[in-house]
Design a protein around this ligand. Sequence first.
Ligand SMILES: [Fe+2]
Length: 251
Amino acid sequence: MITYRRTAIHCQLQKYIYIIFGCDPHGKDGLDRKVWNAFVQHNKEVQPDVIIMGGDLVDFWEISKFNKVPKSRETIFEDIEFAHGLLKELRDACPKARIIYTFGNHCDRLRQYVLENAPLFHGYEKVTLKYMLKLDELGVESIEPKESSVNWNGCSIVLDGVRMGHLKKVSKHSAATVKGLMDDRCISVVQGHVHRLGLFCRTLDDGKVIWGVEAGCLCRLDPEYMDHANWQQGWVDVIDGRPFIYPYINI
Ligand SMILES: [Fe+2]
């Protein structure tokens, strides 16, 4: 089914890029292994041109600013080793794909921690997440906050006319976040960060249609810090600029 669609679009339009966007695994204790395995298997079967890991691959609970119950979650070392392993699984599944990792707010916790506790080390390669995850060795590109920025302001990339990543906006309801982003930016969007699935479309005055998709998450739905998480699991394929949502939903 996927192969047919891919070929048909390629033949009709002579323009083609197949992108798979998955986001928010949230580290060793956050990951839902069933969903992750399905995501990797999907990538393996499709062999996309581009895979976007849309943020919060790590959780970095240990260096977050929230109060925490000691020793109740993974250590920062475990988180880093685990995240490297996840990227390696993706690379092994798709040796030829361009893999792009857009940093989320959780990924930036390391940079924030250095800025706050050891600012003189800020910018030193060996204390960066890119170095610790061995992204160069894995052939993974990264979109990171500007080094000169104190805050995380979102990280994203535009491919095939679609802005994709972990953008700094969260609204309460499904698709409301991408509606806001489309209002701000007037471009089609794939957004991680919100852990919800959603689709919003708008036809512009000139007849062009822009759309926004919220890509769900690859993490568990029962975080200890929430009583009820209005989250949904899944990922998104973007085929020649069109979105196909893959919900991983128990009904
Ligand atoms: Fe997240």
